[in-house]
Design a protein around this ligand. Structure first.
Ligand SMILES: [Zn+2]
Length: 124
């Protein structure tokens, strides 16, 4: 299987398969959380390798969420000079629209991390 000539960062941002970087991990969808392909449409790499596989993605998602809330809270503090509680609540409220996108990106990052550490060497 020939890998498409795009970098890992571009592959992550475009949500492409980590092995071939051609197939999309998620289906196109109008919903907030798009459906995932079971395996890569191009090279057949299985995305969910075992039951509970995406538990690791939750840790990444938690980190992404905390970082986003911290950045948004900091911006509120810089702009409005509110007290800590109000800034923290405001950061969480402003974070909510980003939650579906961050959930998707956490899964993509998890698949890339897992395939970097323990690549699936099976060929179809
Ligand atoms: Zn692929």
């Amino acid at each position: 299987m020939q890998r498409a000539n795009i970098s890992a960062v571009a592959g992550i941002l475009q949500q492409r398969c980590p092995r071939c970087r051609t197939g999309r991990i998620f289906r196109k969808s109008l919903f907030l959380f798009p459906g995932m392909h079971e395996s890569c449409p191009a090279c057949d790499l299985k995305f969910e390798r075992e039951p509970g596989y995406f538990l690791g993605a939750m840790y990444i998602g938690y980190g992404l969420a905390l970082a986003t809330i911290a950045i948004l809270s900091f911006l509120l503090w810089r702009i409005f000079h509110w007290p800590f509680q109000r800034v923290a609540v405001g950061g969480v409220v402003l974070f909510l629209p980003f939650a579906p996108f961050l959930t998707v990106m956490a899964r993509v990052l998890w698949i890339y991390l897992d395939q970097t550490i323990d690549p699936d060497r099976s060929e179809n």
